[in-house]
Design a protein around this ligand. Structure first.
Ligand SMILES: Nc1nc2c(ncn2[C@@H]2O[C@H](COP(=O)(O)OP(=O)(O)OP(=O)(O)O)[C@@H](O)[C@H]2O)c(=O)[nH]1
Length: 725
C-alpha cells in the first residue's frame, strides 16, 4: 500500500500524522505491514478511536493489508508479536470466552479477504461537485441567487457566511462581490467576476496588441524595429523567453501597447494568457518560410479569444520572399484577407530594413478604430498580470495591463491568490507614477507574494478583505491542485503484461520569472507518457536553494533550473552527494531534450522478442545413448550461422518452410567439438535444442533474444516534443 493512499484515505487524522512523521524517517513506498503497525502503535496511546487494521499472520510482510473504517475501542488494540489484534468496545478484553470466539468468528466473516489489494476508489462526481464548473458573480447579488448558481442550499451558504464572519438575515440579503467569491469558492466552484460599467463614463483607450507567429519568423525583431531597441540580440539562444510589454507612441499622438509574446511551442500557455488581454493580434509570417505549425496555432489562439488579426508578412527583403504565396496559404487556412474580399488586413514588412512599419502601425490604429475601444477610467481597476518576478530589494514585482478603471498607489489588491498594498507604480520607462489608466503597462510593487502571469488584479476595500480573499483563493487552488494530481494518478493506464507499470519522475522547477516557471512546467508535463508520470512537485521563482535540494532528496526529485544562476559549489556538492540531478538551462529546447533523455532512461521500457541470428541445418548427427534425461540417442543439428549470431543462453525457434515447429532452450552449442557461448555469422556449429530431435536438412533455427525497448524522445521542427512509447 502506498503511504499516500493511507494518508489520503486515512480514517483517522492521527494515523496520517503518525505516518507522515514515520515517512520522514525514510519509509519505503509501498508501505510494509510493520510500518503501518508502528504508525498505529504510535497513536494508540493518544486516541479513543483508531482505524481497524486487518492483517493475518500469513499476510505479514506481504504488503497487502487493509484499513477498515474506524471503530471505537474501550481499550486499544494490542500487538501480539508481529500481528495486530483487533478489539472492539463491546468485546471483553483478554477473555477467551465462548462469546468472544463466536464474536471473532462472526466478525472474521464480515471482513473482506486480507489478501484483497487495496483499490483507491474513484472520486464520485455529481453535477453539484464538478470542480471545473464556473459561475458568474457580481456586486450586489443576493444569497438566493448565489445558492441557485452554486446549486447549494441556503442553509449551506448560511453556514459558510457565518464562518467568514458575515451576517445573515434572509436569502434576499445582498453580498459584496468579494464575499460572493469567497462563499462560492468554499462550495468548490470557480468564479468569473462580472463588472458592470453602468453609470460610469467611458473613454477611448489605446489598443493592446500581441505579436504572435512561428519560431524565428521575426516577432522580436519586428517589435525591436518598432521600439528601436535590440532585445533579440540579448535573448539567450535567440529565443524570446518571457512576456514583456511596452508602448509605442505614434507621430499622430496615438499609442499602441505591445505585448511581446514568445514564439516557441513551450510557451503556448503564456501566449494564451497574452491573448486574453489583447485587442488585436499581429500574426507575423516570414515571407520566405510561409505558414508553419505555430502560425496556425497562433491563429487558433486569436480565434479562441475572439481577437482580430492583422497579418505582418515579414522578411520581405529576402530574395526568397514570396508574399503572394503566403497570402494564398493564409486564405486557404480560412483567414479572410482584405484584398480577397475579407476584413483581415495584410501588411508587407521587413524588420531588418525597417520597411512597411508605418503601414503596420496604420493598420493597427485602423483596426483599433473599427473596434471602438473604450474603457471606464474612473473607479476601481481591473487589471491582468503579464509577468511577475522577484526583485531582491523591491520584493515581488508584477507587470500588469489595466483593462478598466484606474489603479492607484496605496490601494489594497488581490492578485490571483496573493494580496498586497500597492507601494509603487512604475511606467514602462521605470518612472514612478501614482496611477495607471486603461491599456497602460505598469510595474507594481507591494505584493506579499509572487502572482502568476495571467492572474487578475482586483482592488478591495481593506487589508482584512484582501487577506481573506487571498486565503480563500489559496485554499481553493490547493484543493484543485491535489484533485488534479489525484486524477492524474487514477487516470494513469492500468499496468498490464504488455504495458509496464508507470513510474514517477518527480521534478522541481526553478526559473527566473513566474511566466517562465509556468511555461517550463507545462512543457515538462507534455513529456508525460504511459510509462513515466512527470510529477512537478514544486515550482518557484529564483535561484536553486538548499530547501530545493532538501525537498529533492526527500522525494527523489531532479531539479530543473531555467534562466537561473548555477547554484554555489557547496550546494552542487550537497546535491551530488545526495545523487540529485540538477539541470540548468537557458534554452528551452536543450532543457526538454535533457529531461526527455532522463525520462527515457527511467522508463521501464517494454520487453520484445527479437531474432538475434539465424542458422541453417546442413547435416544431422546422432550420438548414441547420450541423452541424460531419457537415455536415448541425441540428435545434433550441424548448422551454419547465416545471419547475426547464435547464443547458447537464448531461446531457439525451429522453422520448417517458414512454419514454427518448435521453440525451446539450447542444450548444447559446440564449435569444432568445443562448447561455446556464441557463434557468429558464416561459422558452422553443432546445436542441440530442448527435447527436439526431428531435424531436417534445410530447417532454419532462429536465436531469440529479449530486448528492452525504451520509449523515444521525439522533437519536431516546430519545437513540439513528446515521448513515444
Ligand atoms: N532578412 C531578414 N531577417 C529577419 C527579419 N526579421 C527577423 N529576421 C531574422 O530572423 C531571425 C529570427 O528573428 P527573431 O526576431 O528572433 O524571431 P522571433 O520570431 O522573435 O523568434 P522566437 O523568439 O525564437 O520565436 C533573426 O536572425 C533575425 O535577424 C527580416 O525582416 N529580414
Amino acid at each position: 500500500m502506498a503511504w499516500r493512499e493511507v494518508g489520503k484515505k486515512s480514517i483517522c487524522a492521527n494515523l496520517t500524522k503518525a505516518l507522515a512523521s514515520t515517512k520522514s524517517r525514510d519509509v519505503p513506498d509501498p508501505l510494509s505491514t510493520p510500518i503501518l503497525e508502528d504508525a498505529l502503535k504510535s497513536i494508540s496511546s493518544s486516541i479513543k478511536h483508531v482505524p481497524v487494521f486487518s492483517a493475518s499472520k500469513s499476510s505479514l510482510g506481504a504488503d497487502k493489508c487493509q484499513i477498515l473504517p474506524n471503530r471505537p475501542l474501550t481499550r486499544r488494540f494490542h500487538a501480539s508479536p508481529g500481528l495486530l489484534a483487533r478489539r472492539r468496545s463491546d468485546e471483553p478484553f483478554g477473555l477467551k470466552t465462548p462469546k468472544r470466539e463466536k464474536y471473532v468468528k462472526r466478525e472474521s466473516k464480515m471482513q473482506p479477504p486480507v489478501e484483497a489489494p487495496y483499490v483507491h476508489p474513484k472520486p464520485k462526481r455529481t453535477t453539484k461537485s464538478l470542480p471545473d464548473r464556473t459561475i458568474d458573480i457580481f456586486e450586489g447579488m443576493t444569497i438566493g441567487e448565489l445558492a441557485k448558481h452554486t446549486n447549494e442550499s441556503i442553509s449551506t451558504l448560511q453556514e459558510i457566511l457565518v464562518n467568514v464572519g458575515e451576517k445573515f438575515d434572509s436569502e434576499f440579503d445582498t453580498l459584496s462581490i468579494d464575499i460572493a467569491e469567497l462563499v462560492a469558492m468554499e462550495t468548490g466552484v470557480n468564479v468569473r467576476r462580472l463588472h458592470s460599467n453602468e453609470g460610469a463614463e467611458i473613454f477611448p483607450r489605446p489598443a493592446v496588441v500581441t505579436v504572435m507567429g512561428h519560431v524565428d519568423h521575426g516577432k522580436t525583431s519586428l517589435l525591436d524595429a518598432l521600439r528601436q531597441t535590440s532585445v533579440a540580440a540579448r535573448e539567450a539562444g535567440g529565443i524570446t523567453q518571457h512576456l514583456g510589454a511596452f508602448v509605442v507612441s505614434m507621430p499622430s499622438g496615438a499609442s499602441i501597447t505591445f505585448l511581446d509574446t514568445p514564439g516557441h511551442a513551450a510557451f503556448s500557455a503564456m501566449r494564451a494568457r497574452g491573448a486574453a488581454v489583447t485587442d488585436v493580434v499581429v500574426l507575423v509570417v516570414a515571407a520566405d518560410d510561409g505558414v508553419m505549425p505555430q502560425t496556425l496555432e497562433a491563429m487558433s489562439h486569436a480565434k479562441a479569444a475572439k481577437v482580430p488579426i492583422v497579418v505582418a508578412i515579414n522578411k520581405c527583403d529576402k530574395p526568397a520572399a514570396d508574399p503572394e504565396r503566403v497570402k494564398v496559404q493564409l486564405a486557404s487556412e480560412g483567414l479572410l484577407l482584405e484584398e480577397m474580399g475579407g476584413d483581415v488586413q495584410v501588411v508587407e514588412v521587413s524588420a531588418v530594413n525597417k520597411t512597411g512599419l508605418d503601414n503596420l502601425e496604420e493598420a493597427l490604429l485602423l483596426q483599433a478604430d473599427l473596434m471602438d475601444l473604450k474603457a471606464r477610467i474612473d473607479g476601481p481597476a481591473q487589471a491582468y498580470v503579464v509577468e511577475a518576478r522577484l526583485d531582491r530589494g523591491r520584493g515581488p514585482l508584477a507587470t500588469a495591463i489595466v483593462k478598466a478603471g484606474t489603479l492607484v498607489c496605496g490601494q489594497h489588491v488581490v492578485v490571483g491568490a496573493e494580496w498586497g498594498r500597492i507601494r509603487a507604480i512604475r511606467d514602462m520607462m521605470g518612472n514612478l507614477t501614482d496611477k495607471a489608466k486603461p491599456a497602460m503597462p505598469v510595474e507594481i510593487e507591494g505584493l506579499r507574494g509572487l502572482p502568476m502571469a495571467g492572474d487578475d488584479i482586483i482592488v478591495v476595500e481593506s487589508e482584512e478583505r484582501a487577506r481573506m480573499l487571498s486565503a480563500g483563493r489559496k485554499k481553493k487552488y490547493e484543493k484543485d491542485r491535489l484533485r488534479k494530481i489525484d486524477e492524474g494518478r487514477t487516470e494513469a493506464p492500468e499496468p498490464s503484461e504488455d504495458v509496464p507499470e508507470r513510474v514517477e519522475m518527480p521534478i522541481i522547477v526553478k526559473a527566473d520569472v513566474q511566466g517562465t516557471v509556468q511555461a517550463v512546467t507545462d512543457a515538462l508535463k507534455s513529456l508525460n507518457s504511459p510509462q513515466v508520470f512527470v510529477n512537478v512537485v514544486h515550482v518557484g521563482v529564483g535561484p536553486i536553494s538548499q530547501s530545493d535540494v532538501d525537498l529533492a532528496q526527500a522525494c527523489h526529485a531532479c531539479i530543473v533550473g531555467f534562466n537561473v544562476k548555477n547554484p554555489p559549489t557547496s550546494l552542487s556538492q550537497a546535491a551530488s552527494r545526495a545523487s540529485i540531478k540538477v539541470k540548468i538551462h537557458r534554452v528551452i529546447y536543450h532543457l526538454l531534450e535533457d529531461i526527455g533523455n532522463l525520462i527515457v532512461d527511467k522508463a521501464p521500457g517494454t520487453f520484445e522478442t527479437q531474432v538475434a541470428g539465424e542458422a541453417q541445418v546442413l547435416n544431422i548427427f546422432e550420438l548414441k545413448g547420450r541423452s541424460k534425461s531419457k537415455g536415448d540417442d541425441v540428435k545434433i543439428a550441424g548448422c551454419r550461422v547465416i545471419d547475426g549470431r547464435v547464443t547458447k543462453s537464448s531461446t531457439m525457434r525451429l522453422l520448417r518452410s517458414g512454419e514454427v515447429m518448435f521453440e525451446g532452450s539450447c542444450v548444447s552449442l559446440k564449435r569444432e567439438k568445443q562448447d561455446v557461448d556464441t557463434v557468429g555469422k558464416g561459422n558452422e556449429c553443432g546445436l542441440v535444442i530442448g527435447d527436439w530431435d526431428d531435424f531436417q536438412i534445410g530447417d532454419v533455427i532462429q536465436c531469440l533474444e529479449q530486448v528492452n525497448r525504451k520509449p523515444k524522445f521525439i522533437s519536431s521542427e516546430s519545437g513540439a516534443v513528446r515521448i513515444e512509447c
